[in-house]
Design a protein around this ligand. Structure first.
Ligand code: GLN
Length: 345
């Protein structure tokens, strides 16, 4: 899936410095959409019953620049549930509240190497969830959100994620009810975390708040604005509102780089070179610090639960827009010559 050969011959902008001009970014986003709209690999998630009803052909892309430039292609305004992508933003809110050290101690920052819903991972690590992007760590993180009651915690999360998106996000009641009726495994995580002293209060109530955060309705465009807020050091580039501090963004992106695509995070970082977070409804958002964010939405997923088309399109965009964090010079072709900028081809 993350086959670097797929991007061979794609001319690459330099990773340091600025994005290409608005028109060029617009052209590249349209090209990415066209390139992968006929890809049909993967399967729509069905362990949350309502997700199985998604139209597998939906495909949206969005790029938001830290300077406020917006680029949408395809179904960028189609609403779907944020699912695990919420974990990244709730984690940022938790660090903002409790600070780097406390959250690191309770939730951790290392990859489990196992699936996002692995109970074995928790048991192998003496009840330490290891990181906030797997379900156990995300539930522990939701438990850290301020509020005297679960409802207050929910409002804090909903309003916080809305500030990242720059518009009021709403709960998708149908998705929430479908997941709440079937989330026995997540409730088991709640109990296990409490038994290991990593969750205070009623574990079912914390899991319920977590289930609501996963059912927030977003679009690929929203995800790109939310990601661009992290890329912009915590200031929403569309509304100008400061949502979290620069330090919180740096901490969040570091954890996401190593854990955002679960057990595939290493492959992703190796091929794409950007922190990114995925969700089982088909969304992925990748963040290029200081530049912007790239979001994809398409419901067919690979075995690890990551959208196939979104991964491919973001891979293409990372290369064509020069976003790979580890690249310090433009790509060279087989003869060793610098790849020509796309417009010269
Ligand atoms: N709400 C989903 C769950 O808890 C989120 C999982 C995901 O997007 N990977 O299983």
């Amino acid at each position: 899936m993350l086959d670097p050969v797929a991007w061979q011959g794609v001319a690459q902008e330099v990773s340091t410095g600025a994005l290409p001009g608005w028109d060029r970014v617009e052209e590249i986003v349209r090209e990415a959409h066209l390139r992968y709209s006929s890809e049909r690999g993967g399967r729509v998630a069905d362990y949350i019953p309502i997700l199985a009803e998604a139209d597998p052909e939906l495909f949206g892309l969005a790029v938001i620049e830290v300077g406020g430039g917006l680029h949408d292609a395809g179904d960028a305004m189609h609403a779907f549930s944020i699912q695990s992508i919420s974990k990244m933003f709730v984690y940022a809110l938790a660090i903002q509240e409790h600070g780097h050290e406390r959250v690191r101690e309770i939730v951790g920052v290392n990859n489990t190497g196992l699936a996002f819903n692995s109970v074995v991972a928790l048991e192998l690590n003496d009840g330490h969830p290891m990181n906030p992007m797997v379900n156990a760590g995300a539930i522990a993180t939701t438990g850290l959100i301020p509020g005297a009651t679960p409802d207050e915690q929910w409002v804090c999360i909903r309003d916080g994620l809305s500030a990242f998106a720059g518009r009021p996000l709403a709960l998708d009641d149908v998705v929430y009810s479908s997941e709440a009726a079937t989330n026995d495994r997540n409730r088991a995580f709640g109990r296990l975390l409490r038994s290991y002293g990593r969750l205070d209060g009623d574990p079912d109530a914390v899991v319920d708040v977590y289930t609501r955060q996963c059912a927030l309705s977003v679009t690929a465009h929203d995800l790109a604005v939310m990601g661009a807020t992290l890329a912009d050091g915590g200031v929403n580039p569309v509304t100008g509102e400061r949502v979290v501090s620069e330090e919180v963004c740096r901490d969040t992106l570091a954890v996401v780089a190593s854990t955002g695509l679960y057990e595939r995070s290493g492959d992703w970082l190796f091929e794409i070179g950007l922190p990114a977070k995925s969700g089982v409804a088909g969304g992925i958002v990748a963040i290029a610090p200081g530049k912007g964010a790239v979001a994809g939405f398409s419901p067919r997923l690979d075995e690890a639960g990551n959208s196939v088309r979104s991964q491919m399109a973001i891979g293409y965009l990372s290369r064509a827009l020069g976003l790979n964090l580890f690249a310090s010079v433009p790509a060279r072709d087989a003869t060793g010559a610098l790849s020509a900028p796309l417009e010269e081809k």
